[in-house]
Design a binder for this molecule. Structure first.
Ligand SMILES: Nc1ncnc2c1ncn2[C@@H]1O[C@H](COP(=O)(O)OP(=O)(O)O)[C@@H](O)[C@H]1O
Ligand SMILES: O=C(OP(=O)(O)O)[C@H](O)COP(=O)(O)O
Length: 429
């Protein structure tokens, strides 16, 4: 992986009485009434903040929320204060800005072991421009820089990258370290056999991650909307399923690459189809082609029992016109599960189907349950991606996995082998 892993740690840093600027990612979803609908990222930031407070540091918390263009009240961090205070067990104050005289005054008043939350750093356009003068102003608030904002580590912004040039020591927080340990460490030195499950909507958004993982894994399972591009590339009828016509050659070359690398690439054998992209779509199970491994088309298998009892059978190897695949089918779930049973490390990025619609959530849920079961048997299970994390949480299985990443884009870039600016900027260990 291109991102260095050995970044300097918080534990080797002198903290007592020091003003510590902590970049956290508190970019949590809020409903229309400004209630937090998922506080995972706040909870994930707590261990580092508590450690700093317990070691007598004066903690300055900095985060963005959303993508505001200038000062936008609906993106204020104020609604987060009660939950943050509750989790930390102290009353956290919030400033009206993140730089300026009033902020400096509030920073000077932070007692040892206390914390101040700065207002949304993206209210200043200089943040996303990584403006050096703005970074210097942020740096001038403190004596130590801690980056714990893994979810934003793929952004070279003033508070995630620029500030580390002017504020030393610049070290990783515990969340950042944990994410790197799993997403870099476990992937670089996996217990074998090592499997990757990649789903989600499009091949184009996952090319990098698939290519990178093909260098490392023993198994690659594909699901979600991207599979229809692979099917079309093999000449199958895909009805009105999602397809990227300009990626057909790429899909073929990825299959070829898997073959050359000796990676067992598994595509779903059967898919659940719908007559429209909607939660109330009519659905039936369409058994397409049973591929044991895609590079050795072994046999065609129609699951007659399942189909005869529950659902209408459509001809194997094709999805009829007017129908679209929105989930992997029961036979695929079984095949995937059996193959996963033989592995020791699994990384999962991207849902198997349109899990947001109840009717098409079964494949994603089944994979989530399988990974939860395998975690209990000592398999390392890593969920690295926004929607896959949402699916695992929806199934109530988050605490069963070895690691759930707090960064969608960041984990994807890391798995692609791209360097993360927020990590590179930190001091070497
Ligand atoms: N068969 C499918 N057809 C269309 N969209 C799909 C299909 N399967 C999954 N999706 C959609 O893919 C989206 C997730 O894609 P993506 O953003 O790539 O995943 P992640 O956020 O995990 O990286 C989900 O919104 C899901 O509904
Ligand atoms: O939510 C985030 O990223 P994610 O949706 O890719 O997990 C981060 O807070 C980064 O936010 P950004 O994509 O607006 O820079």
């Amino acid at each position: 992986m291109a991102t260095k892993k050995s970044v300097s740690s918080l534990k080797e840093t002198d903290l007592k009485g020091k003003r510590v600027f902590v970049r956290v990612d508190l970019n949590v979803p809020l409903d229309d009434n400004f209630n937090i609908t998922d506080d995972t990222r706040i909870r994930a930031a707590v261990p580092t903040i508590k450690y700093l407070m317990d070691h007598g540091a004066r903690v300055i918390l900095c985060s963005h929320l959303g993508r505001p263009k200038g000062v936008t009240p609906k993106y204020s961090l104020k609604p987060l204060v009660p939950r943050l205070s509750e989790l930390l067990g102290v009353e956290v104050k919030i400033a009206n800005d993140c730089i300026g005289e009033e902020v400096e005054k509030l920073v000077a008043e932070i007692p040892g072991g206390g914390a101040l939350l700065l207002e949304n750093v993206r209210f200043h356009k200089e943040e996303e421009k990584n403006d050096p003068e703005f970074a210097k102003k942020l740096a001038s608030l403190a004596e130590v820089y801690v980056n714990d904002a893994f979810g934003t580590a793929h952004r070279a912004h003033a508070s995630t990258e620029g500030v580390a040039k002017y504020l030393k020591p610049a070290v990783a927080g515990f969340l950042m370290q944990k994410e790197l340990d799993y997403l870099v460490g476990a992937v670089a030195n996996p217990k074998k056999p090592f499997a990757a499950i990649v789903g989600g909507s499009k091949v184009s958004s996952k090319i990098g991650v698939i290519e990178s993982l093909l260098e490392k894994v023993d198994f690659l399972f594909l699901g979600g909307g991207m599979i229809y591009t692979f099917y079309k590339a093999q000449g199958y009828s895909i009805g009105s399923s999602l397809v990227e016509e300009d990626k057909l050659d790429l899909a073929t070359s990825l299959i070829e690459k898997a073959k050359v690398k000796g990676v067992k690439l598994l595509l779903p054998a059967d898919v659940v189809v719908a007559d429209k992209f909607a939660p109330d779509a009519n659905s039936k199970v369409c058994i397409i082609v049973r591929l044991n491994y895609v590079h050795s088309l072994e046999y065609v298998h129609v699951n007659l029992l399942f189909s005869a009892i529950f659902l209408q059978v459509v001809p194997a190897s094709e999805i009829a016109d007017g129908w679209m695949g929105l989930d992997i089918g029961p036979d695929s779930i079984k095949t995937f599960s059996e193959a996963l049973d033989t592995t020791k490390t699994i990384i999962w990025n991207g849902p198997m189907g349109v899990f947001e619609f109840e009717k098409f959530a079964a494949g994603t849920e089944a994979i989530a349950w399988k990974l939860a079961e395998l975690s209990g048997k000592g398999v390392t299970t890593i969920i690295g991606g926004g929607d896959s994390v949402a699916a695992v949480e929806k199934a109530g299985l988050a605490d069963k996995m070895s690691h759930i990443s707090t960064g969608g884009g960041a984990s994807l870039e890391l798995l692609e082998g791209k360097p993360l600016p927020g990590v590179l900027a930190l001091d070497d260990a």
